[in-house]
Design a protein. Structure first.
Length: 288
């Protein structure tokens, strides 16, 4: 069992059948979003039950057969004060953490180590990397397009494992980022409206032609994460996935250097390194 978990854990997060909750959070922002959703349920559920109970009470108590002479009361000061003050207090209790979360989503805690521009096209994504240059060096520039992986291309791409590379979500070229590093994401579109959505990161931003929208994320777990375009952008809207591979800083540096020359070769080398690392982990767990 330990070996199985070790071998599959790096697959990270993707949608699952009959899923009703969020994907496990891979960033601090997504953890806050998950907390906020649970927090608001503590208000929504009691209010819903209260309203349901009041409706049932009124329907039974004041039905015509039980109450042939209706009350003519038009004002009740206590009730009017309660139903005015209570919603204000509830809204304030929800608004304060909501504004704090909204501010955090657009205010990264540190300067980004890496900037990626994502451009939505009908129907694929184009990516441009611009990393900060080290002292005496040149900034790393990597440019590539990312298309949905076709079943016929799986074997050539080395992505025959449908569990790790699910149909309609896997792509030919994943976005590769280092773990525990702040990434600035610039999002735009080249034709129509698109939307860049990565559920495990808590990222969802519209891609608007002629405009740059900015967001950020800091992935805290290595693995492969999947999202999709979340804007109705045409007939192939459902075939425009997003895949982000989070790796160690050493693996990312090696990939970035190789990708500047050839993205395909860099991806194959990175996948081979990850598979070798998983094999070592499985062997160590078996030995224990």
């Amino acid at each position: 069992m330990v070996s199985l978990l070790s071998a599959t854990g790096a697959n990270a997060d993707q949608p699952v059948d009959w899923q009703v909750r969020f994907q496990p959070a891979a960033t601090g922002i997504m953890q806050e979003i998950t907390w906020f959703e649970i927090y608001t349920l503590w208000f929504i559920v009691p209010i819903t039950l209260l309203v349901l109970g009041l409706l049932a009470y009124c329907a039974i108590k004041f039905r015509k057969s039980a109450n042939p002479v209706p009350s003519r009361t038009s004002h009740n000061t206590l009730i009017e004060v309660v139903w005015t003050v209570a919603p204000v207090v509830i809204l304030l209790a929800i608004a304060v953490p909501s504004f704090q979360l909204l501010s955090a989503q657009y205010d990264p805690p540190e300067e980004a180590a890496l900037t990626i521009k994502a451009t939505g096209y009908q129907w694929y994504w184009g990516y441009e990397y611009q990393a900060e240059a080290e002292e005496g060096g040149e900034p790393t520039e990597v440019v590539f397009d990312s298309f949905m992986l076709q079943d016929a291309d799986r074997e050539a791409a080395g992505k025959t494992d449908v569990a790790a590379y699910p149909r309609l979500l896997a792509v030919d070229n994943e976005v590769v980022v280092p773990v525990n590093q702040t990434v600035r994401l610039l999002i735009t579109a080249g034709d129509v409206l698109h939307s860049f959505a990565m559920p495990a990161f808590g990222v969802k931003m519209d891609a608007v032609p002629g405009r740059l929208n900015e967001t950020w994320f800091k992935a805290e777990r290595e693995g492969l994460y999947y999202g999709q375009c979340s804007e109705l952008c045409g007939k192939d809207h459902a075939f425009m996935p997003i895949a982000i591979r989070v790796v160690s800083e050493e693996q990312y540096n090696s990939w970035a250097t190789a990708a500047a020359a050839n993205v395909g070769d860099a991806n194959r080398a990175l996948m081979a390194a990850i598979e070798a690392e998983k094999s070592v982990d499985v062997a160590e767990n078996d030995a224990q």
